[in-house]
Ligand binder design. Structure first.
Ligand code: HEC
Length: 447
């Protein structure tokens, strides 16, 4: 995907912020959608197999309904599944521009797998409906089976349906595993670069996040089915009381069993994050997600055990918002983790802009003076004033001028023993000059 990287230009600071918001919004659409499509396809596949063994009619009906309503239709799939994933890819190409991060290749691969997987989901959905039509024709008109055309179409539809669902599940499973893997490496940006593609996929960090997604996918599928059957499509579906009870029991158990492990998995996932990635906002969103999850479990209890079906929309929205809150939490981590990189990109952008405008040429910046005026009030080399002595903090920036520039342009909280450093508001070229001056002075005075 290097060609993609060559296509993009560095971004301005405002643009980068916008990209983070867009990424969050796009994931709000993509994650819930792909979750219920995956969950719905698995349910349909399993219940169809169960029907083939046991022959109970409600099993087939459930297999049909899950694949009919959860993926909606192929245009929705194209917009919510394919376009959104492509947008995620394009946004991350920009955010990770010039970082040499291999994530983009993995994302492109997962885009391919998920798109083809969705194609198979809709093939399965279509052939399933066809097969049912064939079945009912056969029932009404038994002689037709001796018609060659009919039986060959019938068999082809059955065969296609059977292999499409397997391809769909394998491709979605692999595609989402790689997708979660790629996002996880971005979450750990700067703190962890796995050695290879397989080292990424089988690392504890990725496996835990992938398990969290699997749990979310199944419980959200259950919750969505309850919402659709008991509230949203109540009148449209017109189901018998027996079938309704069957759907409620399957969906409620599914949501319950798969939402219970989520808090434990989240705990492990958070404990693997480096300290530098933790922040108050992260815990705030985590807390909101947990409270909403707890509320939704209460609604599930009222709905399933007390048969109070009017709680279905409350259950659905509390659970959905809990998932969205978890997505925000991850986006905050990503934006924290790539902060330095973002400043590097925007510095580059400002430089290009200045060159285009013909500024900055021939203008000489007096770094020593600038330092005295802008930094001298709080810093000395050998003594701490408001901020730490430079001798104490500069060693970690030796040979890392870009990082120092990034800090000066956009100071982040480092040492709890000090107050946060206010942004000195230097222009990119000035920040570079001061950083260079600081490192040179440090080398000179050290001796
Ligand atoms: C108003 C006071 C103030 C001014 C002005 C100021 N700083 Fe700081 N600086 C601080 C404080 C306080 C800290 C400690 C921040 C922390 O640890 O979170 C700090 C920390 C630093 C660090 C250490 C960063 C690290 O990663 O540990 C560097 C380098 C630094 N400042 C450079 C500068 C430069 C260069 C300027 C001028 C452009 C400047 N500071 C202006 C107060 C100031």
């Amino acid at each position: 995907m290097e060609f993609l990287d060559n296509l993009v230009l560095p971004q301005s600071a405002e643009h980068i912020e916008l990209l983070h918001y867009m990424l969050t919004l796009i994931l709000f659409l993509f994650i819930p959608f792909i979750s219920v499509v995956f969950g719905g396809t698995i349910l349909s596949y399993l219940y169809k197999r169960k029907f083939n063994k046991e022959g109970k009619k409600e099993l087939l009906l459930f297999a049909k309904d899950t694949i009919k309503i959860l993926p909606v239709n192929s245009s929705v799939g194209l917009i919510l599944g394919v376009m959104t994933l492509l947008t995620v890819l394009l946004i991350l190409v920009q955010l990770l521009h010039k970082s040499g991060f291999p994530t983009i290749n993995d994302l492109a691969l997962s885009f391919f797998l998920v798109s083809v997987g969705l194609l198979f989901v809709y093939t399965y959905r279509l052939t399933f409906a066809l097969k049912l039509v064939f079945d009912s024709v056969k029932k009404e008109n038994p002689v037709i089976e001796s018609n060659d055309d009919f039986s060959s179409y019938y068999q082809n539809a059955s065969k296609l349906s059977g292999s499409a669902v397997k391809f769909a599940l394998v491709l979605l499973f692999l595609g989402m595993w790689i997708f979660i893997g790629a996002l996880t490496t971005v979450i750990y940006f700067d703190a962890w670069k796995p050695a290879s593609f397989f080292a990424t996929l089988f690392s504890a960090r990725v496996l835990i996040n992938f398990l969290i997604w699997i749990c979310i996918a199944f419980s959200l599928t259950g919750v969505t089915l309850l919402f659709l059957f008991l509230f949203w499509k109540k009148d449209e579906l017109k189901v018998s009381e027996d079938y309704k009870n069957f759907v409620v029991s399957v969906s409620a158990k599914l949501s319950l069993y798969f939402s219970l492990p989520i808090p434990i998995l989240l705990f492990f996932s958070i404990s693997l994050l480096p300290d530098s990635h933790l922040s108050g906002t992260l815990f705030a969103y985590l807390l909101i997600a947990m409270i909403l999850l707890f509320l939704s479990l209460n609604f599930l209890y009222l709905l399933y055990y007390k048969k109070q079906y009017n709680y279905a929309p409350y259950l659905f929205f509390t659970f959905l918002f809990s998932v969205l809150s978890l997505i925000v939490k991850d986006q905050i981590t990503i934006s924290n983790a790539t902060k330095y990189h973002s400043v590097l990109l925007s510095t580059e952008y400002d430089k290009i802009l200045a060159e285009l405008r013909g500024e900055g040429k021939g203008e000489v910046i007096n770094a020593a003076e600038l330092y005295q005026v802008r930094c001298g009030a709080c810093h000395k080399f050998d003594q701490k004033l408001v901020g730490p002595a430079h001798f104490d903090v500069l060693p970690k920036y030796e040979g890392k001028e870009a990082q120092l520039v990034a800090f000066i342009r956009n100071p982040v909280k480092v040492d709890p023993a000090y107050p946060p450093m206010p942004n000195p508001g230097l222009k990119p070229a000035e920040a570079e000059a001061v950083a260079k001056y600081l490192l040179e002075e440090y080398q000179r005075l050290k001796r």
